[in-house]
Design a protein around this ligand. Structure first.
Ligand code: NAD
Ligand code: 6OD
Length: 497
């Protein structure tokens, strides 16, 4: 493997390399293209890891496990992680530019959500590990002397972190921060669509004093490439994954060999329920965001909306107006409120659903195609925000996760019907319930088959709370102490007095 300079690699000038043992490396099977979804232009080439690079990254992480990181006092690790957060904030513009080039999302969105959350994830888990207490149980013994049990958190080892492309820095650091806080070493495999911010983070890790090998990044695809090589690697102790349910199933099979632990944050087909007693302005604002934010590419996004019949017509008309007000355009333009989809391939998939909806007789309230864009942006993967009504609940449009800026809206007549419709899905990630009736809010929340239930809000996050999905939306919970539980082995020490 050839070593290349940090500067060249992180700037995207030449092929983007892996970050292994604190240095940037090229080498691997081949390079692949990273394209900007705004206009299809080439962002740069990326080096795809083969077996040798994956071995090197895992070896670097294993070597780091024997080094100082895991032995540091939690407060000292926390100090380093705060410096990582400082480093992201100090290079805010570089992270913003990289994230926007890879994803095409508006600068305003990435500056408000993605990059600040990248830093916040490190601060939250740094503070949490510093203040985490341990369980202690005093017990009686037959001889009367007694015994004391206490828990000791030990790092799980080398964690593989496999990431999607929709919120690259946010979702990667959401897992890397608690893993490092607990004293583990990580090997990150960013999505092939969005490789840059994970790579840039290597520079920040070095500057913050994270020892070499604690944070590693390898690039490539999933099946028969870096992702599969990493998840099958015997040197990996646990796998944390965010992505599609089908990919999660493949990774769970890989994890079964060697009985490795998994955390799975998977797909969704999330409902919103709007009762006639809701504050309709708030429900519309929330549903506009939950359906169209990030061009619908949010796992928590709403693709099914159930609206009480008394307000159905008004709600649909106003959601249509909100969708038609969205402005696609260059990410840096202040008026841009809608980016493109991540790739032409993903647009083909979403457009396939748009065509299918028409063929199945949906009423297309708005959208359904590709917007007219200026010639300079014609190579981008632009798509219209789309709203349908009139499809049966067994339509693929209502059942499959589309992951685009679209939703199907259907009226309901009473609370029981709304709950039954919302729960009639293989997924169970989240829902939004809109009502001003407090008793109803509690009643409905108790009956939703989901991991996260928002009432009169959407994507309102306190990072100490459990995050994860029910049914095919995932296994396990991360967030707060739940992350610490996943990223550590809890050892019980029993001392006879
Ligand atoms: P994806 O499953 O296609 O890919 C995710 C990652 O897995 C990529 O890095 C990919 O290279 C890798 N991968 C693919 N096949 C693999 C294999 N066999 N072995 C190892 N690695 C493999 O998902 P995506 O298209 O990048 O992201 C969109 C999906 O992610 C949607 O389904 C969305 O709902 C889901 N998602 C879920 C959450 C959540 O918190 N539940 C958050 C964000 C996205
Ligand atoms: O906010 C988070 O911590 C989180 N995991 C969000 C997931 C968004 C999905 O696209």
């Amino acid at each position: 493997m050839e070593t290349v300079t940090t500067q060249r690699t992180a700037a995207g000038d030449g092929a983007l390399g892996h970050f292994v043992g604190g240095a940037y490396l090229s080498g691997g099977n081949r390079t692949f293209e990273n394209r900007n979804p705004v206009d299809g232009s080439l962002v740069g080439h990326v080096t795809e890891a083969g077996g040798a690079e994956v071995d090197a990254a895992v070896a670097a992480a294993r070597a780091a496990l024997g080094g100082p990181w895991r032995r540091l006092a939690a407060a000292d690790r926390a100090r380093v992680l705060h410096r990582v957060a400082d480093g992201i904030e100090a290079r805010f513009d570089a992270f913003l530019a990289a994230e926007v080039r890879d994803t095409g999302k508006p600068n305003s969105l990435a500056a408000l959500i993605d990059i600040p959350r990248g830093a916040a994830n490190f601060r939250v888990f740094a503070d949490l590990i510093k203040n985490a207490g341990d369980e202690v149980f005093a017990m009686a013994t037959p001889d009367g002397t007694g015994a004391i049990n206490y828990g000791v958190r030990v790092p799980k080892g080398v964690i593989a972190v496999i990431c999607p492309w929709n919120l690259p820095l946010l979702l990667m650091t959401w897992k890397v921060a608690p893993a490092l806080a607990c004293g583990n070493a990580v090997v990150v495999k960013p999505s092939e669509e969005t490789p840059t911010t994970a790579t840039l983070l290597g520079e920040v890790m070095n500057a913050a004093g994270v020892p070499p090998g604690v944070y590693n990044v390898i690039h490539g695809f999933g099946p028969d490439s870096a992702g599969e090589l990493l998840t099958r690697h015997a040197g990996i102790d646990a796998i944390t994954f965010t992505g599609e349910t089908r990919t999660g199933e493949a990774i769970m099979k890989a994890a079964a060999v060697g009985v490795r632990d998994v955390s799975m944050e998977l797909g969704g087909k999330n409902p919103a329920i709007v009762f006639a007693d809701a504050n309709l302005d708030h429900a519309l604002e929330g549903t506009t965001r939950s359906t169209f934010a990030n061009c619908g590419q949010v796992c928590l996004g709403t693709e099914r909306v159930y609206v009480e019949r008394a307000v159905f017509a008004e709600f649909v008309a106003r959601l249509k107006t909100a969708a038609e007000r969205l402005r696609p355009g260059r990410p840096e333009a202040a008026e841009t409120t809608l980016g493109p989809l991540i790739s032409q391939q993903h647009r083909d998939k979403v457009l396939g659903y748009y065509q299918r909806a028409r063929a199945e007789g949906a009423e297309v309230i708005t959208g359904g195609g590709i917007p007219d864009m200026p010639a300079a942006l014609a190579g981008g993967s632009w798509i219209q925000p789309t709203i349908w009504t009139g499809l049966p609940e067994d339509s693929a449009i209502v059942r499959d996760e589309i992951f685009g800026p679209c939703c199907h809206v259907r009226p309901f007549d009473d609370e029981d019907e709304a709950i039954a419709l919302a729960n009639d899905t293989l997924y169970g990630l989240c829902c939004s319930v809109w009502t001003q009736n407090l008793a109803r809010a509690h009643r409905v929340a108790a009956r939703m088959d989901v991991g996260l239930c928002w009432v009169n809000s959407w994507f309102l996050r306190d990072l100490r709370t459990p995050f994860g999905g029910a049914k095919r939306s995932g296994i396990g919970r991360e967030g707060g102490m739940h992350s610490l539980a996943f990223y550590t082995e809890l050892r019980n020490v029993c001392i006879k007095l």
